[in-house]
Ligand binder design. Structure first.
Ligand code: F6P
Length: 342
């Protein structure tokens, strides 16, 4: 069998570990070969391919990023290009494609699958917002990085009796904010799932200082928004991929807190540092298991599925169902932060 792979969308730690697992499983267990398409779906549309073999993937387990490169491609270009993708796959004699990616990549995978192309998906994203899987790899690494950074902010915040806000990634879902906030003992966690009330935020800040505490640490997801009509948030419009352009919610929230409470506020935006560097051991294992099981599923012709973590086991989940909605943080998980807020 010949397997095609690609890594699409924003990169995340563990992509290389999946590639290594796919190649090793394909070659060693099945005598199959693997070719990779560079820069996500763009490589498939532009027929930009490279052979992936064991010497090439040696040493990739711990390496962040993706040796195949990654890119975002506009949804319309993907829809229009399904026929072209099929042609390129046939031209290379690819029997099954394993696209590794987040919502956008897996949506295109589901389209391709519905056109009859054999596909087995692998979910990835630091945001952890793919439905059908308990976790995606990259998330644990991002939370670990964010936690380390927030840990460091406590001492400087206390020294200066400041409010320190940390903006973390999380476009539609607040999983990183929730977990890093709990792990690092944040006093305030603001996620996209629940628009924040600036009055309530300022009340919490003031009350905490009034109780004699010397600092406030707040974690804010980049996708958070204020309750309508409560405070302005600059509108950045929408980019070519249909994504809202962020304008720095934590910075704007911080300015408002400072104005209303008189407390000094500083903001740290963690940005892409959360996506860079080596994966945690948890993500190396999850990525390796996803690569292994995707390759097994490919050989067993379980097409139109994506590998998924359920409990401690790896299962298969229909691609079309996985991309039907995003997995946001449920209310009961958000409520768990109440005891630690303020
Ligand atoms: O989807 C993962 C993610 O890291 C989001 O949290 C973030 O909004 C986005 O990617 C950033 O994408 P880019 O690297 O294209 O700016």
């Amino acid at each position: 069998m010949r397997i095609g792979v690609l890594t699409g969308g924003g990169d995340c730690p563990g992509l290389n570990a999946v590639l290594r697992a796919v190649v090793r499983t394909a070659e060693k267990q099945y005598g199959s070969d693997v070719i990779g398409f560079r820069n996500g779906w763009r490589g498939l549309l532009e027929d930009d391919a490279m052979k992936l073999d064991r010497p090439l993937v040696n040493g990739l387990l711990t390496r962040g990023g993706t040796v195949l490169g990654s890119a975002r491609v506009a949804p319309q270009r993907l829809r229009d290009g399904l026929g072209r993708m099929r042609e390129v796959l046939e031209g290379h004699g690819v029997d099954v494609l394993i696209p590794i990616g987040g919502e956008g990549t897996l949506t295109a995978a589901a389209w391709l699958s519905s056109e009859g192309v054999p596909v087995v998906g692998v979910p990835k994203t630091i945001d952890n917002d793919i439905d059908g899987t308990d976790l995606t790899f990259g998330f644990d690494t991002a939370v670990s990085i964010a936690t380390d950074m927030i840990d460091r902010l406590h001492t400087t915040a206390e020294s200066h009796q400041r409010v320190l806000l940390v903006e973390v990634m999380g476009r539609h879902a607040g999983w990183i904010a929730l977990n890093a906030g709990l792990a690092a003992g944040a006093h305030l966690t603001i996620t996209p799932e629940e628009p924040f009330d600036i009055d309530e935020v300022c009340r919490l800040v003031t009350a905490r200082f009034d109780r004699g505490h010397r600092h406030v640490i707040g974690v804010v997801s980049e996708g958070a928004t204020p309750l309508p009509g409560t405070m302005p948030l600059r509108d950045g419009g929408v980019d070519e991929f249909g994504h809202r352009r962020f304008t720095g919610v934590a910075q704007q929230l911080g300015e408002e807190i400072e104005r209303r409470t008189g407390k000094e506020v500083r903001t740290t935006v963690l940005g892409h540092v959360q996506r860079g560097g080596t994966p945690t051991s948890f993500d190396r294992v999850l990525a390796t298991r996803f690569g292994l099981h995707a390759t097994i599923a490919a050989h067993e012709e379980q097409f139109g599925q994506m590998v998924a973590l359920r409990g401690t086991g790896i299962t298969l989940f229909p691609l079309a169902d996985a991309v039907a909605q995003l997995k946001t943080v449920p209310t009961d998980r958000l409520e768990e932060t109440a005891a630690f807020t303020g």
